[in-house]
Design a protein around this ligand. Structure first.
Ligand code: HEC
Length: 257
């Protein structure tokens, strides 16, 4: 590269750094988002292989309603009432049997949060509740198609720009540089392929984590090297020059001349 990050004009450095800062914040928030959506899929906080399996493959041994009642919704109803709801779910969740035993429990325990004014599923509507009572088949093909194309376009853009910035780095051997800029794209394909594979079989869940982790590592590496070469490297080199002043003996000699 004829241009080096450390020698770029100040304005270009500011532009590149602003971009890098914004996408770093974006990346952190994206991880929070993963924690709040997939992280809660198994009803417990924190991301695990189970979460990935539930998100994509589903929890085919049971329903979302049952899972949540044994997970994060557990504190909201006493065991007897939760049992009552689960029994209704397992016996087919019919509308007829709903009114007698389950409806009063839902109304008393759940509607203060699950109502039309909230952004979470509204259980005043029976269909909404029944959907959660059906066997959980994981991500739908429609949702996978949607998220796949958004990710391919959006993330490719992010890594195109961070890759361009990183290509101006001077301290990285050309081969490592080529590998670093290609890595996110390879991991992105792995990541997306693994969602579809996990939808087919839960055995691929680890690949989702591996794809995501690989992408994050490539991101962090390029980000740190780029920022370092733009701001710290010039400082260090200038500092080095300042320290390299004449030696003490030469100074004395000069004083005596
Ligand atoms: C204090 C508020 C609150 C109460 C009370 C509450 N929930 Fe929830 N519920 C939430 C929030 C917030 C979410 C979304 C976040 C999450 O998934 O944990 C949620 C999510 C759920 C989900 C997952 C919905 C989906 O498809 O994403 C189910 C099922 C559920 N609750 C069932 C219940 C049941 C049954 C009750 C009553 C026994 C209940 N909740 C009571 C706040 C509440």
């Amino acid at each position: 590269m004829p241009y080096k990050l450390k020698d770029l004009p100040f304005s270009v450095k500011v532009l590149f750094s602003s971009y890098l800062l914004i996408i770093a914040i974006g990346y952190l928030v994206a991880m929070l988002q993963i924690l709040f959506t997939h992280g809660l899929a198994d009803g417990k906080f924190g991301l695990s292989i189970e979460d990935i399996v539930y998100s994509y493959y589903g929890n085919r041994s049971g329903s979302k309603l049952e899972l949540m009642l044994n997970g994060s919704m557990k504190p909201f109803a006493p065991p007897g009432e939760r049992f009552e709801i689960i029994r209704w779910v397992r016996s087919g969740a019919s509308e007829k049997s709903y009114g007698k035993t389950v409806k009063p429990i839902i109304e008393q325990r759940c509607l203060k949060c699950h109502n039309p004014d909230a952004s979470i599923p509204d259980f005043t509507r029976f269909e909404v509740l029944r959907e959660r009572a059906a066997t959980d088949m994981g991500a739908t093909i429609q949702s996978l198609v949607r998220v796949t194309h958004i990710h391919l376009f959006g993330i490719a853009f992010i890594f195109m720009f961070i890759g361009i910035i990183f290509c101006f780095a001077s301290g990285v051997p050309e081969k490592l540089k080529a590998l670093s800029v290609a890595m996110p794209f390879i991991f992105q394909l792995t990541d997306i392929a693994s969602w579809w594979l996990t939808k087919l079989s839960p055995h691929f869940a680890w690949l989702v984590i591996a794809g995501g982790a690989g992408m994050a590592m490539a991101f962090v590496f390029m980000w740190i090297v780029s920022m370092y070469e733009m701001w710290l490297l010039p400082l260090q080199q200038r500092g080095g020059r300042e320290i390299r002043t004449e030696s003490y003996s030469r100074y004395l000699r000069r004083e005596h001349d």
